[in-house]
Ligand binder design. Structure first.
Ligand code: K7E
Ligand code: RUQ
Ligand code: CUA
Length: 652
């Protein structure tokens, strides 16, 4: 009995404590909200995105860094930035472009002999297995210089850059096939596929567009240029692409602008380009079978070699029934295949309607050879009405799409209306709209372009920020907005300024799918993933001279650079191999030699190489650039460069 009584007393006391605590917390909440001018809705949004110290995010998001030529990685829902990955542009912190190993990667991106030190990154694509993200690799395009880069997500570093051998402009990349057999990049502005000059009058006859299929070898983690090929398209201005999956696996879809084949000519009194290229009511969606094209490309009789690259001409593709066109509303932008592969959604920038094509209907027309006619290059054109599943009025300036978790859910960006519109492409009806700040481009629901969308959150990747942040002069940061899509109505949660460049597409992936290394196997060249030729363990440090080539095998460890003196002759070629022999997580050292424009980052276990000609005489301190211990400032040494033909007073 007494025991029971005690129990009850206990509950009463606990309950009382709980209530007083809640009241206390509530009054504290009220006070903070009042002080900061927050509404209840703001406070709920804050709770949804806040990570206390040490708590990790649920998703990674990779966004193209636009004109920075880099990739930005941040976490969702906190929107905290995690990394800039140097891709097409030197990135000094990571030593990218300042040590020999990374320069080798960056210089793979030389275009026609020219060193290029920037890029315009638009569309990151995650590697896929059965259309689902597997977290192994990331690919990204450079619109400005027709390149694709491979990023190894073991290290979050760029491991390869390839340059398009035939196109002079690309935009529709990177997009991957459902098992990452190929990375696609489509042409944008047509030009001769050879590197020769042809006047603009040769546009219809000689200028061409197309799509490049970069063969990816997952084991090697590299694009295999020799096994890659392209398909030639007419000189319509190709834009974005998506790959079929599920029922449509094997097919790919690329939309285009300028079915008029207009080339402009204001100087001749013709209408400006943008007016001339949008006179027709429709443009063309290209439909092609990449699996069959890959077979065709293996046989020499189906291809022509242009700039050493295998190209399937339009007529070969037509003869083999692997290339078709279907009209689409004029000047489209995004094309997106539904998670099950059955529906193909085309955004019409100049039309308030989104078009939903039915893959089954398209296949039926192709099987029955039920064509409306041919374009001037002989490509069969399917009837638009017969190919459509339906159309929905979504709004103005429809650019891009991403898919939600529930069946048929799709989110579309309205650039002109500054809205994200949630609608159902199966039921063909609009469900919800939310205002965006401002002028949204791409948008990304979690894993929203994979075969297995996760819903939960959506990021609106906006073109204008205007008044959203503290002003920093006329060039505003970009604004990525996080939206809660877990409930019935979309709710805006958070704005994130991006001060790097204009992100276009984002690619998101559940955090548990990415398993990066925290250290390298001792002596690894991070750019190749293989043991570095200059791997040096503690006790193996040495300086070797062969003629005028001096090789230094160095180690760094808290708080010492070994060797701490290096004397060379003016004009010597110096190769310095440095190994960070630390095992502790995050014990990174940096290394630079003053005035020699070299820098490298050495993460635990990594070996990097620096090369330079010691062409300036004098005394050059070198030091560790990363605050690594209480004796970090002491982590230094000297490079001494002397002229062998001079007599120095101080030498005895
Ligand atoms: Cu719309 Cu390059 Cu995908 Cu930008 S593109 S927004
Ligand atoms: S040293 S802690 Cu320049 Cu003060 Cu960095
Ligand atoms: Cu090593 Cu500072």
């Amino acid at each position: 009995m007494i025991k029971k009584y005690l129990h009850i007393m206990c509950y009463v006391t606990l309950g009382f404590l709980f209530v007083t605590q809640t009241v206390l917390a509530e009054s504290q909440f009220q006070e903070i909200m009042k002080k900061r001018g927050l509404t209840e809705e703001d406070a709920i949004a804050a709770l949804k995105v806040y990570n206390p110290s040490g708590k990790h995010d649920e998703y990674y998001v990779f966004v193209g860094g636009g004109q920075s030529g880099q990739v930005l990685v941040y976490g969702v829902p906190s929107m905290r930035p995690l990394k800039y990955i140097g891709v097409f542009t030197p990135e000094p912190w990571q030593g990218y472009g300042f040590d020999t190993d990374s320069k080798e990667v960056l210089r793979q991106g030389n275009v026609r002999g020219r060193e290029i030190n920037w890029g315009d990154t638009h569309h990151p694509a995650l590697s896929e297995t059965d259309g689902k993200y597997d977290g192994e690799y990331l690919f990204i395009n450079d619109k400005a210089n027709t390149r694709i880069a491979v990023i190894d997500l073991k290290y979050f570093e760029t491991s390869q850059i390839v340059v398009n051998p035939i196109f002079k402009s690309t935009h529709g990349g990177a997009f991957v096939t459902p098992n990452t057999e190929y990375v696609l990049d489509t042409c944008q502005y047509a030009a001769p596929l050879t590197n020769d000059y042809y006047p603009i009058e040769a546009y219809q006859d000689v200028y061409r567009g197309g799509v490049t299929f970069w063969k990816f070898d997952r084991q090697k983690g590299k694009i295999q240029q020799k096994e890659s090929f392209s398909l030639e398209f007419p000189p319509y201005m190709q834009d974005l692409t998506d790959l079929g999956k599920g029922v449509s696996e094997g097919w790919a879809f690329t939309n285009s602008i300028n079915s008029e084949l207009y080339t402009g000519g204001i100087e001749k009194g013709l209408p400006p380009f943008e007016a001339g290229c949008s006179r027709n009511d429709t443009d063309f969606l290209h439909i092609y079978n990449w699996k069959k094209l890959a077979q065709l490309a293996k046989d020499d009789k189906n291809i022509k070699i242009i700039n050493g690259h295998r190209v399937i001409p339009i007529d070969v593709a037509v003869k083999n029934s692997v290339l078709f066109l279907v009209p689409e509303n004029k000047s489209p932008h995004g094309v997106d295949v539904s998670p099950d592969g059955r529906h193909i959604i085309v955004s019409g920038k100049l039309d308030t309607h989104a078009s939903v094509y039915d893959f089954n209907k398209i296949m039926k027309l192709i099987q029955n050879r039920d064509f409306e006619g041919k374009d001037s290059y002989g490509i069969p054109i399917l009837d638009m009405k017969k190919s459509l599943y339906g159309q929905v009025e979504v709004g103005l300036g429809h650019l891009h799409n991403t898919f939600g978790k529930e069946d048929g859910t799709i989110y579309s960006s309205m650039y002109v209306d500054s809205q994200v519109v949630k609608w159902n492409y199966k039921e063909l009806k609009v469900i919800d709209k939310i205002g965006i700040h401002y002028n949204v481009g791409h948008l990304e629901a979690m894993e929203g372009k994979s075969a297995d969308p996760q819903g939960e959150y959506l990021i609106a990747i906006n073109k204008l920020a205007i008044d959203r942040f503290l002003p920093v002069g006329p060039l505003h940061p970009q604004n990525n907005q996080l939206i809660d899509i877990g409930g019935k109505k979309m709710k805006l949660l958070l704005d994130m300024p991006i001060p790097l460049g204009e992100p276009h597409q984002g690619a998101s992936i559940r955090a548990s799918k990415i398993r990066p290394e925290v250290r390298f196997i001792m002596g690894t060249n991070s750019r190749t993933g293989k043991p570095h030729v200059g791997k040096t363990l503690a006790g193996q440090e040495k300086i070797e001279r062969k003629g005028n080539h001096v090789s230094i095998y160095a180690t760094v460890v808290r708080s010492h650079i070994n060797p701490e003196r290096v004397t060379v002759n003016k004009g010597d070629h110096v190769t310095m191999y440095i190994t960070n022999v630390e095992r502790a997580q995050d014990e990174t050292h940096g290394f630079t030699i003053d005035h020699y424009n070299v820098h490298t980052s050495l993460e635990p276990g990594e070996t990097t190489q620096i090369d330079f000609i010691a062409d300036i005489e004098g005394v050059f301190p070198y030091y560790c650039t990363e605050f690594c211990s209480a004796l970090h400032i002491e982590m230094m040494g000297y490079l001494l460069v002397k002229d062998p033909n001079k007599n120095y007073e101080w030498i005895q």
